[in-house]
Write a protein that binds this ligand. Structure first.
Ligand code: ATP
Ligand code: MG
Length: 566
């Protein structure tokens, strides 16, 4: 973490850890892990868990492992593993030499299962999946014991080894823990520990045809790695007794403590791998790294900084009750970070020609522009100023409303860091009536200096020189969904995608210094927002920018307006 990061506030998990340190519960050790399943890309919800686990390890001089929780072959792949590694590293965290794979523990986990069978704590059950479900009972009714529950240890050992050897069809048998079919906690009603599944595993290939279930693999993987605090999200609260039961039955020298916290929910987007996969597969977005995606890869490409994301995670804190965080808080963190570090440049997104009639043809002046008006350390650059400029189309109106402080016939405006100009006429397209050119005169005494007496100009607009600027494509991104909670109704969440989440402007003009800007470089386009050079589509031949975030929270304005109208 950098020094810029806000210090983490304390929370109930840190309180537990501090108490454990006081009582020397784990011999003064703090060991956490971040255990993603490589079946999709990481999203901002995972970032919360990453910041929490790695942040705690750093704060208490402990360690945090990165573990691929890859015990279910379907949907897992090396591409996902690589993306996870890249994303956690990009967020600024380091697991040193502790990158682990649960699939590396398959043999050990199998041995643990044998131990359970030998203790009479697990049995091979030959009910079908439907029957197992039926026998499980409900929240109000106890379950029914499987007729296979009392198989002998020998028979169980024999069947389990033959399950491994591939003698049976998928689904013919499962290995179950022998706990309590009447437990009020359904998770404890003889949960399945192993199933037969003939599927190719991206690391172990076809070596295994039985795979451990999450509940069995997770606690034991934590224990093998000598994790002290196994931090997970609230939906695993009911699994904690099983986590503890398995470790209590087995001969292990480390029994980590599972602690649950509330997962991050974020408005105007979705944080579920399953649904994100659907967006990618069905082509609603261009890929996992589409800049509208809530994935780390998408946010990186969009131009979000790791610092902004880490600060966001500190600000939202960690608690035990579910809530939804407003997207504008994340955007605020991004803006706050970029405001300090992004150099200012001028870019015109929808160009309109402005011609200064009294400015000499062929003359070019170099205008000194600060790279950051509040931070002189960031230096300055010289921008060419000439007779023909581009301004933003919406900085000129033929019939302006009262409080319009930009350019209009007969009105004056300051060109940022340069002259005050006065509009003296327009040239229109004969057919469409569209304004093609704005003609102005400029007052040579006003170049970036104090105004001559009595000269008051309220508006300042940005510009680039027509001949000296370079073309660029700019992609204006907006929120992926048009409603705060796209999954609130049971219907298809893709119905709520924001049709205006991407607007591509193909004929923008940017100052020439941006030519050759490194992929991923971030700038503030004066008056417009923060933009970054797209790392994928930008090249030396074609500049492509992504809008990271606008300068102000336009959604808050819309929401306020809506409230007023109601
Ligand atoms: P999803 O629910 O999106 O499919 P997952 O929880 O199945 O995700 P994992 O790869 O198992 O994905 O997650 C790795 C870790 O990240 C887990 O410890 C999980 O609790 C945590 N995590 C996942 N989603 C969130 C979230 N929205 N907020 C906080 N932590 C999360
Ligand atoms: Mg999971």
């Amino acid at each position: 973490m950098t020094q810029k990061d806000s210090p983490p506030a304390t929370d109930f998990i840190r309180e537990i850890i501090e108490e454990d340190l006081k009582t020397n519960k784990h011999g003064g050790r703090v060991a956490t892990r971040f255990p993603p399943e490589p079946n999709g890309y990481l999203h901002i919800g995972h970032a919360k868990s990453i910041c929490l686990n790695f942040g705690i390890a750093a704060q208490y001089h402990g360690t945090c492992n990165l573990r691929m929780d890859d015990t279910d072959p379907s949907g897992e792949s090396l591409e996902y593993v690589e993306s996870i590694i890249q994303d956690v590293r990009w967020l600024g965290f380091d697991w040193q030499d502790r990158l682990f794979y649960a699939s590396d523990y398959f043999e050990q986990l199998y041995e643990f299962a044998i131990q359970l069978i030998k203790k009479g704590k697990a049995y091979v059950c030959s009910l079908s999946a439907d029957e197992i479900r039926e026998y499980r009972g409900t929240l109000t009714e106890p379950g029914k014991e499987s007729p296979y529950r009392n198989r002998s240890v020998e028979e169980n050992l024999d069947l389990f080894s033959r399950m491994r050897a591939g003698e049976f069809e998928d689904g013919a048998h499962v290995l179950r823990a022998k706990i309590d079919m009447a437990s009020p906690n359904i998770t404890m009603r003889d949960p399945i520990l192993y199933r037969i599944k003939r599927a190719h595993h991206y690391r172990t290939g076809t070596r295994w045809c039985i795979y451990p279930m999450y509940d069995f693999a997770h606690c034991l993987s934590d224990s093998i790695e000598k994790v002290t605090h196994s931090i997970c999200t609230l939906e695993f609260e009911n699994n904690r007794p099983l986590y503890d039961w398995i470790l209590d039955q087995l001969d292990v020298d480390c029994h980590p403590q599972q602690i649950e916290f509330a997962r991050l929910n974020l408005s105007y987007t979705i944080l579920s791998k399953r649904r994100l996969i659907e967006l990618v597969r069905k082509g609603y977005v261009t890929g996992w790294d589409d800049p509208r995606m809530p994935t780390i890869a998408g946010m990186r490409r969009r131009g979000y900084t790791p610092e902004a994301i880490r600060n966001f995670c500190v600000r939202i804190g960690v608690a035990k009750n579910e809530n939804t965080v407003d997207m504008s808080l994340l955007e605020h963190c991004v803006r706050e970070d970029l405001n300090e570090r992004a150099p200012r440049v001028m870019a015109v997104l929808r160009p309109l020609r402005l011609i200064i009639d009294n400015y000499p043809e062929g003359q070019v002046e170099e205008i000194e522009c600060p790279n950051h008006p509040q931070n002189p350390d960031m230096g300055s650059r010289r921008l060419p100023f000439s007779k023909v400029l581009y301004i933003e189309q919406d900085d000129f109106l033929e019939k302006p409303p009262k409080k319009y402080y930009r350019l209009a016939p007969g009105r004056e405006v300051r060109l940022r860091y340069a002259y005050i100009v006065k509009c003296v006429g327009v040239v229109k397209d004969e057919k469409t009536g569209e304004v093609k050119e704005v003609h102005c005169t400029c007052d040579p005494e006003t170049r970036n200096g104090p105004l001559p007496d009595g000269h008051k100009v309220e508006g300042v607009i940005h510009w680039v020189s027509a001949d000296h600027s370079v073309p660029a494509e700019v992609r204006l991104y907006d929120r992926l969904f048009r409603v705060p909670d796209p999954t609130a109704e049971r219907d298809d969440f893709t119905k709520y995608l924001n049709p205006r989440s991407l607007e591509t402007l193909a004929s923008c003009r940017v100052e020439s210094g941006l030519k050759g800007a490194a992929p991923g470089s971030r700038y503030q386009f004066e008056r417009l927002g923060y933009f970054c050079v797209d790392a994928k589509d930008s090249s030396s031949n074609k500049l492509v920018f992504n809008r990271i975030v606008s300068l102000r929270d336009s959604w808050a304005k819309i929401a306020n307006q809506q409230q007023k109208n109601e």
